[in-house]
Design a protein around this ligand. Structure first.
Ligand code: SGN
Ligand code: CA
Length: 517
């Protein structure tokens, strides 16, 4: 009797489920807002204790929050290439920043466009080659500038726009929606912010936000890198030793102004912008110089300066999302538009003493992902399944009713977004970071599960900055050690776990066709 009831309930709920899907638009619009280096620790929907992001939270509250969205390769260009293609770096050919994206390959925007979608992208691109698959685009050259940026346009065009880059990118997207959108076609619009990327230059609206607050420090701000692979200590991305006074910490000197390294920074300011900056930082900078801080006190001061500027950049991203959501509401588009917010990877906000990303350690492996899909995704839902930027292409294609090519490597998130609990969802993930250079992070790959990570660091730069092969391993247990401060690789109690993970890692590499170190 009981089991018959359960069956009835299951049938009923799946019938309701399919009704809801059928009701949703078969070709929903897709608004994909994306930022650069936005850590989940700085999103209030994820429980941030340092800031509030009401508009990103609105997407989460009206849709689904993914609590373990991990990236395949925690760095900018590679993440973008993975998203466009739905394939790992070794197959899409873009392993590290500075590579050239082969724009002739199949991408999800191309497939959507071929299926009748109108496509556009505004903001950061960072893939070197010219965007392909878009009806309209305007992208920053390389990393782009925070103030008065240059933009590249179709047909080798270039334009310089006065203002703050985050606001300009939002404005461009709104202008496209208002003036260039073809109301007879569904759209896929990518709004790709430069913020909150280093050097964390806040916009004029938020130069004073957080001014009088003391931000809580992460527990691992003074990590000594003991008890893990030695290569971890060799990076050059600490708040303590690797931040530049003039740019990163805004402790510039008059003699710096006008010099070449300031090209992307002060040299671009208008007189008015420059004056606002002087007003915003002068007093604090004078107090800092007078205090002559040393040791941990100096690190603490740097952390405060860093985190506040970083969060100020995010506030402008969040403001822009609010404007886009309002536009959808006011123009009757909210019900048939899927809204996604994510970032190219996570970021260290002082955890392990770091800024930047790249490592498999959780804060940069994980990225925020919230999705609102009216009529399909339950408001206020969440998923703790392992999902990835590898899945975005297939998700967009399935949502639009377009078949994905056979050689994509992710899993569509559509079943999760419908509230289903697929029994065959992945319980392991393959990570691979390649770039040797900036910040001196070793090349490494590994397997990630809900509880464990097994990592192989296989190459680094030597003192002459030449690549040399190494063979170091870490085994992390996030249940026992959530802050990832200890490796259990040599702990006899973990020998079975280690062996099992080694087998699974090998199998994963085989499955994804990784034939290289
Ligand atoms: C720049 C930054 C680095 C950062 C890389 C990659 N230096 O080189 O701190 O790791 O970009 O970032 S800066 O002098 O430009 O600030 S990524 O997001 O593009 O991958
Ligand atoms: Ca990035």
């Amino acid at each position: 009797m009981l089991s018959r009831c359960v069956i009835c309930l299951l049938v009923l709920s799946s019938a309701i489920g399919s009704c809801r899907v059928a009701e949703a638009d078969e070709h929903p619009n897709i608004l994909f807002v994306f930022s650069d280096d936005h850590a989940f620790q700085a999103v209030s929907a994820y429980g941030s204790v340092i800031n509030s992001t009401p508009h990103i939270d609105r997407i989460a509250n009206e849709g689904m929050r993914f609590d373990r969205c991990v990236v395949t390769n925690s760095i900018c260009g590679p993440s973008r290439a993975v998203i466009l293609t739905g394939k790992y770096s070794h197959l899409n050919g873009f392993r590290q920043n500075g590579d050239n994206f082969d724009g002739a390959q199949t991408t999800f925007p191309k497939l959507l466009r071929a299926a009748g979608y109108q496509t556009a992208i505004y903001g950061k691109w960072h893939l070197r080659s010219t965007p392909t698959g878009f009806d309209d685009w305007m992208v920053l050259p390389g990393q782009g500038a925070y103030y008065n940026p240059d933009f590249l346009l179709p047909g080798d065009g270039k334009t310089k726009i006065e203002g703050y880059t985050t606001d300009i990118i939002t404005d461009s997207a709104l202008t496209w929606l208002q003036e260039k959108r073809d109301a007879d076609k569904p759209f896929m619009l990518m709004v790709q912010h430069k913020a909150p990327h280093r050097e964390w230059l806040p916009g004029p609206d938020h130069l004073d936000t957080f001014k009088d607050r003391e931000m809580p420090e992460p527990e691992t701000l003074f990590d000594d890198y003991a008890n893990r692979a030695p290569v971890l200590a060799e990076q050059t991305m600490t708040i303590d030793r690797h931040m530049r006074d003039g740019w990163d910490l805004k402790l510039w000197r008059e003699s710096d102004i006008g010099t070449k390294p300031y090209e992307r920074f002060f040299n671009r300011f208008t007189d008015e912008q420059r004056q606002r900056w002087d007003e915003a930082y002068r007093q604090e900078n004078e107090a800092f110089i007078a205090a002559n801080l040393k040791g941990k006190d100096l690190v603490r001061w740097k952390y405060q300066r860093y985190i506040k500027d970083y969060l100020r950049c995010i506030q402008s991203v969040d403001d822009g999302i609010g404007r886009l959501l309002d536009y959808l509401d006011e123009n009757g588009l909210a019900d048939n538009t899927i809204v996604i917010y994510s970032s190219d990877q996570g970021f260290y906000l002082g955890e392990h003493g770091w800024y930047d990303k790249r490592w498999i350690l959780e804060e940069s492996l994980r990225t925020p992902l919230v999705v609102r899909w009216p009529g399909v995704t339950d408001a206020g839902s969440s998923s703790d399944r392992i999902v990835s930027n590898l899945d975005f292409a297939q998700t967009f294609l399935e949502a639009a009713g377009v078949d994905a090519p056979d050689d994509v490597q992710g899993q569509s998130l559509v079943p999760l977004l419908r509230g289903e609990q697929p029994v065959d969802w992945r319980d392991e993930f393959y990570y691979h970071y390649y770039e040797l250079g900036t910040h001196n992070v070793a090349a490494h790959y590994g397997i990630v599960t809900d509880q464990y990570k097994l990592v192989h660091y296989y190459r680094r730069l030597n003192e002459e900055r030449q690549p040399v092969d190494i063979d170091q391993w870490d085994l992390l247990d996030r249940e026992k050690d959530p802050l990832e401060m200890t490796s259990y690789i040599d702990d006899p109690a973990y020998s079975n776990v280690r062996e099992e993970l080694q087998q699974r890692l090998k199998a994963l590499r085989g499955r994804f066709g990784v034939v290289e170190e």
